[in-house]
Design a protein around this ligand. Structure first.
Ligand code: NDP
Length: 448
């Protein structure tokens, strides 16, 4: 075994030994390390500089109690956590997730992925992630506000515009960001707009941040299709989820001529052969905060499949935009059998390792999350820039910057895959390009 292979094995063994029971984190690390052999072989300085040993250990994990009072006057206690994974390229940057499944494993996997995603944007952003096992479903606005205030009462001690800049993720949208930012201002007494991104445009937010992850995903898909005989025009598209990423991916795909026929939530999926009415979907999910089943009831002439799997719907393009490991090997086989040509990840790590193998075996084009969904954090980076300059760009400017960044990420991943002998493998190309940027910064800054 070469020194490079031995170092990669040792790093993965360390992750397994040091993080018992953390299967998601192990999966995320394995996916990256697996693709790094060619680069580590060419650059022994990465092994000598201890890069692999260092990059798998978060710089800091802060875990804290979040007590809050529900509408019945009962005290509830949640657990909050912030994983500050890497600050080699800039302040820690990554979203907050509020979902009942959140634990340290989830946040470490997301924080690790975030290091590489942020590196790909070309902006100066480190990697982090945070959240809580709080479940916003069915909670009143007052309950959500009290929870957010309690969460921020602790988190405020660990973040700052030059230190750590959170944003949204599952269960954290514009409403939650508003409450979190308000509490941060109250605690610190400062107007430090760059401390959090995803703010409303009326109080320091950026135009197009809400749309950015979904729009960026579809810009990336457009680039993937460029030298093929396929196009978004006339394509039949299925998205999973019906949250922020799914909704705006569906909107941009349909603006570019695709028909988006299905989307889902955690209870089932809706199939609308005429193409989803995205204004109605937005009204039901974003404004009224109702379940997806309400869409089918109001829209009529479409079908809601309770408890069913959205990947049984045939399509040309599949965009998993819900959550991790939501598309497994059997789903990938079924999609391939039904003629799917392209799968691009809007969610973080939505395809299982087996699914990715099947996707490659069956010759389906694959857009990996770190590259394909980087538009959200890239636009958060643009929001931070606007905050630092105390200015606000218009929608068109931010959207065109987003498009430029996504086009560039695609080109970088493709060129790096060619350079390291894995042509067409955008996942390996993205991992290697991102790793090189972070590793070079780590070498330059010494053992810290
Ligand atoms: P939202 O909370 O807005 O929406 C999440 C959607 O996914 C909902 O429709 C939800 O359904 C569904 N979902 C969540 N958990 C599950 C589950 N276990 N099984 C099935 N469906 C589920 O989140 P976002 O759209 O912001 O995030 C979606 C994904 O995109 C996540 O992986 C996130 O990390 C990733 N991402 C988000 C970015 C952003 O800017 N927001 C940036 C980059 C990546 P239900 O309501 O029934 O729970």
């Amino acid at each position: 075994m070469s020194d490079a292979d031995a170092a990669l094995h040792e790093a993965l063994d360390t992750v397994v030994r040091r993080n018992p029971g953390q299967a998601l984190f192990r999966q995320a690390v394995h996916e990256v390390l697996e693709s790094l052999a060619p680069v580590v072989k060419q650059h022994p300085e990465y092994v000598e500089g201890g890069i692999l040993k260092r990059i798998i250990e978060p710089e800091r994990v802060v875990s804290f109690r979040v007590p809050w009072v529900d509408d019945n006057g009962v005290i509830q206690v949640q657990r909050g956590c912030r994983v500050q994974f890497s600050s080699d390229l800039g302040p820690y940057k990554g979203g907050l997730r509020f979902h009942k499944s959140v634990d340290e494993d989830t946040l470490k996997f997301l924080g690790f992925e975030q290091i590489f995603k942020n590196a790909l944007t070309g902006l100066g952003l480190g990697g982090g992630k945070g959240g809580s096992d709080f479940d916003p479903h069915g909670k009143s606005d007052g309950e959500v506000m009290r929870f957010c205030q309690s969460f921020m009462a602790e988190l405020a001690h660990h973040i700052g515009q030059d230190l750590d800049v959170p944003a949204g993720d599952i269960g954290v949208g514009g409403r939650e960001i508003g409450y979190l930012y308000g509490q941060y201002r109250k605690i610190t007494g400062r107007n430090e707009a760059g401390v959090i991104t995803g703010k409303g445009v009326g109080y320091g937010g950026s135009w197009a941040r809400t749309e950015a992850t979904g729009y960026g995903l579809v810009y990336f898909v457009r680039e993937m299709l460029q030298d093929t005989k396929y196009s978004l025009e006339g394509a039949r598209v299925v998205v999973s989820g019906s949250g922020n990423v799914a909704l705006y991916a569906a909107k941009k795909a349909s603006q570019l001529g695709a028909t988006v026929v299905a989307c889902s939530d955690s209870q089932g999926y809706v199939l609308d052969e005429d193409g989803l009415d995205l204004d109605l979907l937005s009204e039901i999910k974003d404004v009224r905060r109702e379940r997806l089943s309400a869409y089918a009831e109001e829209r009529g002439n479409c079908t809601y499949f309770h408890g069913k799997n959205v990947w049984e719907v045939d399509c040309d393009i599949a965009l998993p935009c819900a959550t991790q490991n939501e598309l497994d090997g059997d789903d990938a086989r079924r999609l391939a059998d039904n003629g799917c040509r392209l799968i691009a990840e809007g969610a973080n790590m939505p395809c299982t390792e087996e699914a990715v193998e099947v996707i490659h075996e069956r010759g389906i084009l694959f857009g990996p999350a770190k590259a394909a969904n980087a538009g959200g954090v890239a636009t958060s980076g643009l929001e931070m820039r606007q905050n630092a300059g105390r200015l606000q760009w218009d929608f068109e400017r931010v959207d065109s910057e987003l498009d430029r960044i996504m086009t560039n990420i695609h080109a970088t991943a493709a060129a790096t895959a060619d350079e390291y002998g894995v042509p067409g493998d955008l996942a390996a190309g993205a991992n290697i390009a991102a790793f090189r940027r972070v590793a070079d910064a780590m070498l330059a800054q010494g053992v810290i």
